[in-house]
Each structure stands twice: as structure tokens, then as C-alpha cells.
Design a protein around this ligand. Sequence first.
Ligand code: ATP
Ligand code: LTN
Length: 330
Amino acid sequence: MENILSGVKPTGQLTLGNYIGALRNFPKYQNGEDHVFVFIADLHALTLPIEPETLYNNTRDIVAFYLACGLDPTKASIFLQSQVPAHSELATILGNYAYMGEMSRMTQFKEKSSKLNEKKIGLGLFTYPVLMAADIILYDAKKVPVGEDQKQHVELARDLVIRFNHQYKQDVFVLPEPVISTSGARIMSLSDPTKKMSKSDANGDIFLKDDPAVARKKIMRAVTDLGSEVKYDKENKPGISNLLVIYSSLKEISIEEAEKEFEGLRYGDFKKAVADVVCAKLEELQTKYKEVIESGIIDKVLEKGAKEASLIANETLKRVKKVIGLYGAK
Ligand code: ATP
Ligand code: LTN
């Protein structure tokens, strides 16, 4: 049996990128022996300015979409990071084993901080990967399914585990591993296919809550490339390649199979087919999302999840405290 853990931060409305790169993969793990922990990284959402109401509403929405995507609260533990205080406590401890140099090399930190006034870069943004390492380590998680952009953070968590275990000469922590799906791990923006589709960036992205008619327009207007052949070529045809990834991921076929389907067809016909599969998926998810919201189960799901998560998180914390010599840890 293995523990699988992942999370999403409630910084905005979920995008199709979040769905393909992360959410749709979570339920795959819940039916076997493994224990799945899926949480909302609400403390991480504070690392950039956010209105309280937005944070609150985004959080509820993500839980509803977790359930809409097929996560089953009787099989997986679904919870909020802020409702399990062990996350903050372990992060405080782990911060002493992480180096300033490695934090400043994190791509996400460099990208997000470059958009801020230099004097207003929060410490939380800098130490983001330490809290993320705590999230993972607390649950003895072996597998961490994430999109490509989070790989570096999971690797940092690995480095901390190795460093910590080496320093105390015992296997205190389990070594985690990022699981990045082979297709759809980096969905690009429809208006600029050289940029990642991202929920905090309102342009050119498809949101899971978009009206399907609006989503269809965005796809029909998506930036494409010179030429007319529907072929995967990331360098020369980034727009078409991105649409091919979206299409093949949602249809669960290979890129080659998708290319064959559109042999001899024009970009316009291809875009229409992409819009059809995306809209069908949005309709399916939105119907389930509405059912979840109307059922009023969100608070109960979170309460149950936090209880289950706390059990294992507190055990890990106790183990760490004992190893490092904190008085009173038995
Ligand atoms: P933000 O814009 O606030 O940085 P985000 O849209 O990048 O947010 P995250 O909360 O950072 O979303 O990511 C949630 C999960 O979705 C992570 O596993 C991340 O790797 C994945 N993910 C995010 N964007 C994409 C994308 N464009 N393609 C594939 N996976 C993605
Ligand atoms: N940083 C992640 C969210 C996140 C996460 C985690 C993912 C916070 N802690 C632990 C996996 C495991 C992101 O999606 N931006």
C-alpha cells in the first residue's frame, strides 16, 4: 500500500489545464489498495495578495470540482491545508534544513516575484516550497501526481528528505516521487501557446466554469500557426500542438491517433472538433458540480477529511519531534 498526495491552491477559477494536468488524474488512484490524500493548499494561496471572499469561494469551488471529477470522499481524504495545523508546524521545522540558495533558484519563485514590486515580495512566496515539502512529507506520500510546473518543487521535497534522513542517520521520512502524466502535463494558453495556461492569468484560458458557448469561441479564436497541416510540432506549430494535446487527452487517445483523424482536414474543422470535446467535458463537469453544490455536502466532506488527515499528519510530526530532540515528544 502506498500513500498518494496532491493539492491545488485556490488562487482562481480552475482551468482546463488544471483538469488535464492534475484533477482528472486524482481519482485513478482511489480504487485500489492505496490511500489518496487530496487537499486544497489554501495557505499557499496567501503567498500572493488575495481577497478573503475570493479565497473562500475558490476553496469551496475546488472541493466541488474535486467531487465532480470523480473523487469519492469515502475512499479519498479531501481536506483543507489550513485545517490540519501540522502542515504549518512541520514547515517551521523544515525551514531550518532548507537553504536560501536553493529557494532562490525555484522557477516559480523567480516567475511570480518578477511580477511584483521588489519591496513587496512576501516571505511566504520565498518559502512556498518548504510548506509544500511539509504537505508531502506529513503523509509519507510516495507518489505526488502534479503537472510539469510542480516537478521542481517535488524534487526539492526529495532533497529535503534525503538531507534530513542523512543528518539523523535513519529513515525518518519517506522519499516522494513526482508523477507527471505523459500527455497533458503542460497545457498552454490559447492566446499565447508559448505560455502555460494558468488560473491566475485571465487571458486565453478555458475555465471549468466557462459557459460552453464562451469556451467554444475561445477555441475557435485560439492562436494557430502557419501552414495547414494538423501535425504535432511544438517548435514550429505550438498552437496546433497544444490543441492536439487537449483533444487527445480528453479523448484518451494518442497524439498520433489524433493526427490521423485530421489528416487532410483544415484548421477550422480541427478546431471545431476540439471545441466539441471540450464543451462536452465542461457540460459533464458542470452538471456534476451543480449537483455537489446543491447537495450541501462540502463541509461534511472537509470535516471528515481533516480528521483522517490529522491522524497521520500528527503521527509524523510526533516522529520528527522525537528524532530532532524536541522536549516532550513521546
Ligand atoms: P496559478 O496561476 O495560481 O499559479 P495554476 O493554474 O498554475 O495556478 P496550480 O494551483 O499551481 O495552478 O496547479 C494545480 C495543479 O494543476 C498542479 O498539479 C499543476 O501542476 C497543474 N497545472 C496547472 N496549470 C497547468 C497546465 N497549464 N497544464 C497542466 N497542468 C497544470
Ligand atoms: N504548489 C502546488 C499545490 C500544492 C501541492 C502540494 C501539490 C501545494 N502543496 C503538495 C502537490 C503536493 C500547485 O499546484 N501549485
